[in-house]
Write a protein that binds this ligand. Structure first.
Ligand code: FAD
Length: 270
């Protein structure tokens, strides 16, 4: 099945893109890598009347600025996996990205697309929570930075307002040890359960994915890991988290798998 007809636009400036979003009264959707949106359109789960391609806005690339690693929203997963700045300053990203889908999808899919989609089973939102990242967005009223903690608010739901675009992801550069693990039915499938983890001077940050309606932080567990490390008491904190079942597994199974990936990620901290 193919999508219904749509109009295609490829503006060359951010201002023109924001104007299109604000002024066009039709159903307008942004197109990044198209790796989620186009399949949804082909399955008729989405039927935008206008697609606005973000590809000509110059929103890709990685830079170090004032203690932050800044990654343009249109930077593709495959470029991030080869990037030296990412390897040096956000090694957690390098651990996680090979688990995102398959090479063909990583060659087109973008960081900003994953952030905006907010799939609860996606790796990127959890990685950004563990790294205490910020999401930079632009709208007709200017730019704002939103902490990842406040950005992912529900199932495919974010703090983005109508007419706003994710322009960059900002990761604070701070030394920390990082760990990552996930369980999927086949490599490249969405995870049944996964975790991204950082441990540094500021404490521990743990974010589970594939286990609830959004990536989940675990404050009690973080405190326990930072002070005492991994023990049975730390694992007991998993009982306090709102795990949800899905087509893959029950909530109880998700809780069990969360413990499995947590131990793997913690033992693999580097
Ligand atoms: P698009 O598909 O172009 O857009 C997705 C949504 O975000 C659209 O609603 C679009 O309007 C909006 N959007 C895009 N960019 C912006 C922006 N800058 N500002 C505001 N809104 C924006 N992902 C995983 O994380 N893990 C997996 O294991 C995984 N497996 C996959 C397997 C298959 C077979 C497929 C087809 C996809 C899989 N994906 C997986 C999804 C893939 O990672 C997508 O690329 C990603 O979720 C969306 O990125 P995109 O650039 O393709 O966005």
């Amino acid at each position: 099945m193919k999508s219904i007809d749509f109009e295609y636009q490829r503006p060359e400036t951010l201002e023109a893109t924001l104007a299109l979003l604000a002024d066009d009264t039709r159903d307008v959707q942004l197109l990044a890598g198209g790796q989620s949106l186009i399949p949804m359109m082909n399955l008729r789960m989405a039927a935008p009347e206008v697609l606005v391609d973000l590809g000509a806005l110059g929103l890709s690339g990685v830079a170090l600025r004032d203690g932050w690693l800044e990654i343009g929203a249109m930077t593709r997963y495959s470029a991030l996996m080869r990037d030296d700045l990412v390897a040096r300053h956000a090694p957690l990203m390098r651990l996680a990205l090979p688990h995102v889908a398959h090479a063909a999808i990583r060659n087109r899919g973008t960081l900003g697309g994953s952030v905006a989609l907010a799939d609860p089973a996606a790796e990127v939102p959890a990685v950004l929570l563990a790294l205490n990242a910020e999401i930079e967005v632009a709208g007709r009223n200017g730019r704002r930075n939103i902490a990842a903690d406040d950005f992912f608010v529900g199932l495919y739901e974010t703090d983005l307002d109508d007419g706003e675009i994710v322009t960059a992801i900002r990761i604070p550069v701070q030394p920390c040890r990082t760990g990552f693990a996930e369980v999927a039915r086949r490599h490249g499938d969405y995870a049944m359960a996964g975790v991204a983890l950082t441990v540094g001077e500021a404490g521990a940050r743990v974010a589970f994915f594939g286990v609830a309606d959004r990536a989940l932080r675990a404050p009690g567990l973080e405190e326990a890991l930072a002070t005492r490390g991994m023990d049975q008491a730390a694992l007991e904190h998993l009982r306090t988290l709102p795990f949800e079942g899905d087509l893959n597994a029950s909530a109880e199974m998700k809780r069990h798998l969360a413990g499995v990936v947590l131990k793997r990620a913690f033992n693999g901290l580097a």
